[in-house]
Design a protein around this ligand. Structure first.
Ligand code: NAP
Length: 319
């Protein structure tokens, strides 16, 4: 199995490593250590976002490795995301420039719109603005104009490819129809309990690569519904793992990779960072894949409750 997927909609030839380090909820020394270990064990793809408040940490480690000659910037694939407070066209470029400064790099490989539901830019640097009633302050941006601003950052060389996260097929298609530079990547929640068959089919039809976030079902999420099942503890997953003498985590990642989906598992443990990239030297057979495919149960762990009041949120749509 190849360790890369080709981004067919990138303007210049671009390969995306099929496994990257997720960095949500990891910052400061914890984040820096995790990125450092990940690069040591062979990760070449790091997923961050302005919203994670750790671009500086990622940038510190990358800069040090490049300066010491341990790596070349061109060997790395860095993804970051535009928070939805910055969807006004002029703000897109400014947000990316702040990301680049923090990441200490002249460009990112992938720039994503973090989610489609705009938030109000109050001009105070707050990415998740909330009003006095405790409700998220929403804004309805014209996503086609936002996308035109994304295309301009590709023209400027500051992002090599562009895409989106948490978009439904309807919203992606709205952009697709009007785009000069087509989206190359969709990042969405995807794991064995939410296999996103329809989104994957759509992405394939549009030559887009799909990236699975929360590939373990985000066991570290602070708020979880009672009795919510954990993919890592699933009996079928454990059986497949036993058969291949692998961990449940490795089986969950391999299942996605064999579906041609990029995975970005997060870990701050050196042992698990290493374990999570050791997934290229075994293969799930057809019966394993079928058994894992049957576990799909539409379990949405990131429902974005606050977005339900936004005009672009359509009940029942998959994203
Ligand atoms: N675009 C978006 O809206 C969005 C939303 C969510 C996530 N993401 C991205 O996707 C990445 C991954 O998602 P996620 O962090 O939510 O969830 P995840 O990768 O499914 O799960 C991470 C959790 O699993 C644990 N873990 C890691 N490797 C393990 C293993 N081999 N066995 C058992 N447990 C293991 C980690 O604990 P330890 O750290 O202790 O190992 C951590 O608590 C994020 O970090 C972020 O980069 C994007």
């Amino acid at each position: 199995m190849s360790r890369h997927l080709t981004l067919l909609n990138a303007v210049k030839k671009l390969e995306m490593p099929s496994l990257g380090l997720g960095t949500y909820l990891m910052k400061g020394s914890e984040g820096r250590l995790a990125v450092d270990k990940a690069l040591f064990y062979g990760y070449r793809h790091i997923d961050t976002a302005r919203r994670y408040d750790n671009e500086d940490d990622v940038g510190d480690v990358v800069q040090a490795k490049v300066r010491h000659g341990a790596l070349k910037r061109a060997d790395l694939f860095i993804t970051t995301k535009i928070p939805s407070v910055y969807f006004a066209p002029a703000d897109v470029k400014a947000s990316l420039e702040e990301s680049l400064e923090a990441l200490k790099t002249p460009y990112v490989d992938m720039l994503l719109l973090h989610y489609p539901w705009g938030n109000k830019n109050r001009g105070d640097g707050i990415h998740l603005p909330v009003n006095a009633q405790g409700e998220r302050e929403l804004e309805n941006y014209d996503l086609n104009k936002t996308w035109t601003a994304m295309e301009k950052v590709v023209d400027s060389g500051k992002a090599l490819a562009i895409g989106m996260s948490n978009f439904s097929i309807r919203l992606m298609e709205g952009i697709w129809q009007n785009a000069r530079i087509k989206p190359a990547n969709l990042q969405c929640e995807c794991h064995v309990y939410l296999q996103q068959q329809n989104l994957l089919r759509y992405c394939k039809s549009r030559n887009m690569v799909m990236t699975a976030y929360a590939p373990f079902g985000a066991p570290g999420l602070p708020k979880r519904a009672p009795n919510e099942p954990f993919p890592l503890e699933d009996a079928i997953v454990k059986n497949v793992a036993k058969k291949h003498k692998r961990s449940a985590g490795q089986v969950l990642l391999r299942h996605m990779l064999q579906r041609n989906i990029v995975v970005i598992p997060k870990s701050s443990s050196e042992k698990r960072i290493r374990e999570n990239i050791e997934v290229y030297n075994f293969e799930l057979d057809e019966s394993d894949m079928q058994n894992l495919n049957k576990l799909d149960r539409n379990l949405k762990l990131f429902p974005f409750e606050w977005a339900k009041r936004h005009p672009l949120y359509m009940p029942g749509e998959e994203f």
